[in-house]
Design a protein around this ligand. Structure first.
Ligand code: PGA
Length: 253
């Protein structure tokens, strides 16, 4: 089996101005070590995608969006289609972030439609899963992950699975400064890989990239990334400062 590359993505959420977004993207591109084997992507807010795409042209930093709709076009006020994201220069889209699952009530069924549509359009999908604190405390973490993966990834055709990335983001660790321990992360990632093996086969599971997300910072990244089933990180807060984000990339290299 080929060793899996590390993949670090920055989720800028609803932060940055247009100028700050361009400046941050330029600093990330400039600070990336030449010929790094680490895959890097940034996910700015929708309105800055094309402005950031201009900055990232000819750089190895990929562009991602934070959400998409499942239709190609139509009367869906306020929505953005996978095809529009491709046209804007995106290679990636985040689907199922907890701030959309829990904050906006997006269901497994809706997220499944989004993931399938984005993959079919040719985007890579960072599909987020993760348990709430009370679910972890009730020892329901694996059951929650199982359901999110069974329902969220149902019906994805084999030929699209190479463009699927899973982000394990325990909800209690997102934006809280309360990072999962390396053992908790590894345990959940190993469970996800076993689950994917059951759902899609060993080959898919062994090459699948599984990112950890939730309060990843320069000082805890190396420990998390040293775990055998942790293939990268989805970084929120620390991705808004180029030096912190680059330090996390360096920890992956
Ligand atoms: P955080 O966010 O790094 O600020 O905890 C992670 C995420 O929401 O993807």
């Amino acid at each position: 089996m080929m060793p899996r590359p590390k993949f670090i993505a920055g989720n800028w959420k609803m932060y940055t101005t247009r100028a700050a977004a361009q400046e941050l993207a330029a600093a990330v591109a400039k600070g990336l070590p030449a010929n790094t084997a680490v895959r890097v992507a940034v996910c700015p807010p929708f309105p800055w995608l094309t402005a950031v795409a201009d900055v990232l042209k000819n750089s190895p930093v990929a562009l991602g969006a934070q959400n998409c709709h499942y239709e190609k076009e139509g009367a869906f006020t306020g929505e953005v289609s996978p095809q529009m994201l491709l046209d804007a220069g995106c290679g990636y889209v985040i689907v199922g972030h907890s701030e959309r699952r829990h904050g906006l009530g997006e269901s497994d069924a809706l997220l499944n439609k989004k993931a399938r549509a984005a993959l079919a359009a040719g985007l890579s999908v960072i599909f987020c899963v993760g348990e709430l604190l009370d679910e972890r405390e009730a020892s329901r973490t694996e059951a929650v992950l199982d359901t999110q993966l069974t329902n969220g990834l149902a019906g994805i055709p084999a030929e699209h699975l190479g463009k699927l990335v899973i982000a394990y983001e325990p909800v209690w660790a997102i934006g809280t400064g309360k990072v999962a321990t390396t053992e908790q992360a590894q345990e959940a990632h190993a469970f996800i890989r076993r689950k994917i093996a059951g759902q899609f086969g060993e080959n898919v599971a062994s090459s699948l990239l599984i990112q950890y997300g939730g309060s990843v910072k320069p000082d805890n990244a190396a420990g998390l990334l040293s775990q055998p089933d942790v293939d990268g990180a989805l970084v929120g807060g620390a991705s808004l400062k180029a030096d912190a984000f680059l330090a996390i990339v360096a920890a992956a290299g």
